[in-house]
Design a protein around this ligand. Structure first.
Ligand code: HPA
Length: 236
């Protein structure tokens, strides 16, 4: 049965879904990496496709920007469509001094300024964490690929244009990079008893005023995609 946000029928979506923020990236991945891709969703332009990678069914679907958006799409994938693994693939701003433009960052955990966890009414502070099965597979794939990568705590922010200018404080406590979706994805996965991971490429260094060109973003995006696809393959 379709949901209010997704036209797919049950069975249309693979066990493992790659989620870029941008739905056109989902189209790019489907058309360039998957065998026989079929589009299963066009509602709100949030394109979703299922195809095969090395013979294994894999889906790829846009998440939109920010935690409310990925919160909706990932909740439905886990709870309505039986998806087991979601791997977010996206861009991030570097926070740690040793994280450079074009590096890959694997988000082991995601600190956040979002109130997403308040819905669970926990008597303390929850620590959104990625799944070890996906972290370990992604690290292996990144090592085989050979580029520069980091594994650690990322920061999922509700604001892109942030008046509080708080990145220096997150840097002091060892956070690697800023993005806007992982914490909600990790919480939805934990609550559903499923698996999630966020793999990022560093598109800019807000503390140093640096950013990559659109062309560079495309190349580094490809490296990250290949790591994500190999991760999906190894949890088949
Ligand atoms: N802030 C939030 N999200 C981002 C950034 C940033 O600087 N760069 C890429 N994604």
């Amino acid at each position: 049965m379709p949901t209010p946000h997704n036209n797919a029928n049950k069975g249309d979506i693979a066990k493992t879904v790659l989620m870029p923020g941008d739905p056109l990236r989902a189209k790019f991945i489907a058309e360039n990496y998957l065998e026989d891709p079929v589009c299963y969703n066009e509602v709100r332009g949030m394109l979703g496709y299922t195809g095969k990678y090395k013979g294994v069914p894999v889906s790829v679907q846009g998440s939109g920007m920010g935690m409310p958006s990925i919160g909706i799409y990932s909740w439905e994938l886990f709870n309505e469509y039986g998806v087991e693994n979601i791997i977010r693939v996206g861009t991030a701003g570097a926070i740690a001094d040793n994280v450079q433009l074009r590096d890959v960052v694997i988000g082991m955990s995601a600190s956040t300024n979002s109130a997403y966890a308040s819905q669970y009414r926990l008597p303390g502070t929850y620590a959104p964490t990625a799944s070890w099965s996906l972290i370990s597979a992604a690290v292996k794939a990144a090592q085989e690929k050979g580029g520069s990568f980091h594994v650690g705590n990322i920061f999922s922010s509700d604001t892109f244009y942030d008046d509080a200018d708080s990145l220096a404080q997150w840097q002091k406590i060892g956070v690697l990079a800023i993005e806007m979706e992982a914490a909600a994805l990790y919480m939805n996965a934990a609550r559903a008893g499923k698996n999630a991971l966020c793999i990022l490429t560093v598109s800019d260094c807000p503390l140093k005023g640096l950013s990559t060109s659109a062309e560079e973003r495309q190349t580094t995006f490809r490296d990250m995609m290949e790591i994500a696809l190999e991760t999906a393959y190894s949890v088949k």
